[in-house]
Design a protein around this ligand. Structure first.
Ligand code: DGT
Ligand code: CA
Ligand code: CA
Ligand code: ZN
Length: 575
């Protein structure tokens, strides 16, 4: 159940942090960070590799391979233990505060003995930092804001982590004898970007064996409550899991009830009451006779209320009940309706896998088309040049159609400068099949300037997709301050699609922004921004978010046939 690649990734990242905090060589820090990401994104299980196999992974050299082997053999790495002994764990926690780097963390620890986020917050409140070099008012304000962001996310778990945990638990419980049905419900089934806890349901005659099975799982670290109707545990990763066992006849009603949201359920219960019915987790009952009218499936329950089945991602009481009553529920986009990914990277810039590997993996997903969009020169650390991107284009053209039916598009991810300009002159941009353009720096320009910057980027005749539009990082960085209505309108007007970036820490645009942008008539592209083969599977998180935003295949350009997509990419220009 444990994922050795992730464990090793976390360990190497910790080592990089510790080296940085103790003032180690920046080159070494970056080397360990790169290796951590490479191992995290490596498709093969690292615990099955020998020294040579490890060193075949990009960015993994001899000394890193040795540390990995030591870890796999002994469960610890002496170099990491040595650094840990010097630095309290809380100091490392400090550098997870957005805007607080290792140098500042070390100064706080050495000068003021601050070794936790709580202590730092208290020190700022008490104005204890003002004499400390490098902690001016602006810096303190940024730190205060960073702490607030962390606390907001506090306790909630990112969608992808919850989904992985839930799928493992559902697989375990489904194998139990007498299990008729098993699924996860709650906010996770609704694909909210973060979830408070995981709700798992089992349909079975007897509940005891399943409750016991949950408490006995190797991933269970602590039993919070152990009962016949409900059992709650905390996993080794700190996630709370609630298990409820329902009589098989109540499966549909229970699934509907525990999927929520609460707001949606209030609406369905009200609909029931108006018809002289009562809706509970056991079924839909006639109040007078007490007779059960529907309970076996969700479809049956909704139908008896006069509604079509409503996709869980829409169940937030944001108009879905009204739409369903009118027969206008959106036919939401699904993973299967996606024909291709339009924002992906290779090892020519910061991706981990070579072009051929990314293309093969994309073809295996059954895509009809696939765009390669490595970074452009203005993101200096990626060292892109005209020659390199043109050479890549040759390779893309040569691969196109040679091994798979999937068609390849050669694109790039441009960098939107502070004034809204992008890399390369128009003639050069015209050579690409498509251009994504994204903000990667200058995050606080002020609202007017930021709006003008984004609008100008959209109006560029070669910019087709606004990548991760708000640049928010969930729990770490809030989105850009801009007049988004104006930006969304500019996208609709200019034929620039808004990205729904599927990276689980981005999910950008988010559901509410999508709803707003759709009002303006904008189009969307659900992309993974994959930096490795494994990331191609992140599409599901983007699709969940797109569904929550009510998007249909008509709204999403990468569900369209290639000919229609190409027409969109011309942005109204002829031929
Ligand atoms: P979360 O876990 O905070 O991300 O959000 P949910 O929606 O998963 O909420 P949770 O775990 O408290 O409960 C799951 C669903 O079960 C919730 O959406 C509605 C339903 N539910 C659970 N307990 C109650 C309750 O006591 N009353 C009502 N009306 N509904 C409940
Ligand atoms: Ca929940
Ligand atoms: Ca719960
Ligand atoms: Zn990208």
């Amino acid at each position: 159940m444990a994922r050795p690649n992730e464990e090793v990734e976390a360990l190497l990242q910790e080592y990089a942090d510790l080296v940085a905090i103790t003032g180690g060589d920046a080159f070494k820090v970056r080397a360990y960070e790169k290796a951590a990401r490479a191992i995290g994104g490596h498709p093969a299980d690292v615990s099955r590799l020998d020294a040579d196999g490890l060193r075949d992974i990009p960015n993994v050299g001899r000394s890193i391979a040795e540390k990995v082997l030591e870890y796999l053999r002994t469960g610890r790495v002496s170099a990491v233990e040595e650094r840990r002994a010097k630095i309290p764990a809380g100091v490392r926690e400090l550098i997870t505060i957005p805007t607080l780097g290792p140098k500042k963390a070390m100064r706080l620890y050495e000068d003021l003995h601050i070794s936790s986020v709580g202590e730092l917050a208290a020190a700022i409140e008490a104005d204890a930092l003002h004499d400390l070099k490098g902690f001016g008012d602006k810096t303190q304000e940024n730190i205060r804001h960073g702490i607030a962001l962390m606390q907001q996310a506090g306790g909630r778990i990112p969608l992808h982590l919850a989904l992985e945990t839930a799928e493992e638990i559902v697989a375990e419980l489904s194998a139990g004898s007498g299990c008729r049905r098993c699924a996860y419900a709650g906010s996770l089934r609704r694909m909210k970007e973060t979830v408070g806890d995981i709700d798992v349901l089992v349909a079975a005659q007897r509940s005891g064996p399943f409750m016991d099975a949950l408490t006995a799982l190797p991933s269970t670290a602590e039993v919070i409550a152990h009962g016949r109707k409900k059992t709650s545990v905390r996993t080794t990763k700190g996630v709370q899991v609630d298990l409820r066992v329902l009589p098989p006849d109540s499966w549909g009603a229970g699934l509907q009830y525990f999927t929520g949201s609460r707001a949606h359920n209030i609406r369905t219960r009200t609909l029931a009451v108006r018809q002289g019915l009562k809706l509970s987790e056991y079924g839909l009952f006639d109040v007078d006779s007490g007779e059960s009218l529907a309970s076996r499936s969700e479809e049956e329950v909704y139908a008896r209320l006069g509604l079509p089945w409503i996709p869980p991602t829409l169940r937030e009481d944001r108009g879905e009940i009204e739409a369903a009553l009118r027969g206008e529920l959106p036919d939401v986009v699904t993973e299967r309706s996606v024909r291709g990914d339009l924002h992906t990277h290779t090892d020519l810039t910061d991706g981990l896998a070579p072009l051929e590997e990314m293309v093969t993996a994309a073809a295996e997903r059954g895509y009809a088309y696939y765009a390669v969009t490595d970074h452009a020169p203005n993101l200096y650390m990626q060292r892109m040049t005209d020659e390199k991107i043109l050479a890549q284009r040759e390779r893309v053209r040569a691969l196109d159609g040679s091994r798979h039916r999937m068609r390849l598009l050669h694109g790039t991810e441009l960098n939107i400068g502070p004034d809204g300009g992008v890399d390369w002159p128009e003639e050069f941009l015209a050579g690409f099949d498509l251009c994504v353009a994204s903000v990667h720096s200058h995050f606080d320009l002020g609202r007017r300037e930021m709006t003008a910057r984004l609008v100008r980027a959209c109006e560029n005749p070669h910019v087709n997709i606004l990548g991760h539009p708000t640049t928010r990082l969930i729990g770490r960085r809030k989105g850009l301050d801009a007049d988004w209505d104006e930006v969304f309108a500019a996208c609709a007007r200019s034929g620039t699609a808004l990205e729904v970036n599927a990276q689980p820490d981005r999910l950008d645009l988010c559901d509410e922004d999508i709803l707003r942008a759709k009002e303006h008539g904008a189009k969307f592209a659900v992309n993974t921004d994959a930096h490795s083969v494994l990331h191609l599977a992140h599409l599901r998180y983007g699709i969940g978010t797109a569904q929550r935003g009510g998007l249909t295949p008509d709204d999403v350009i990468n569900t369209w046939p290639l000919r229609s997509l190409r027409r969109f990419l011309r942005k109204g220009a002829s031929a």
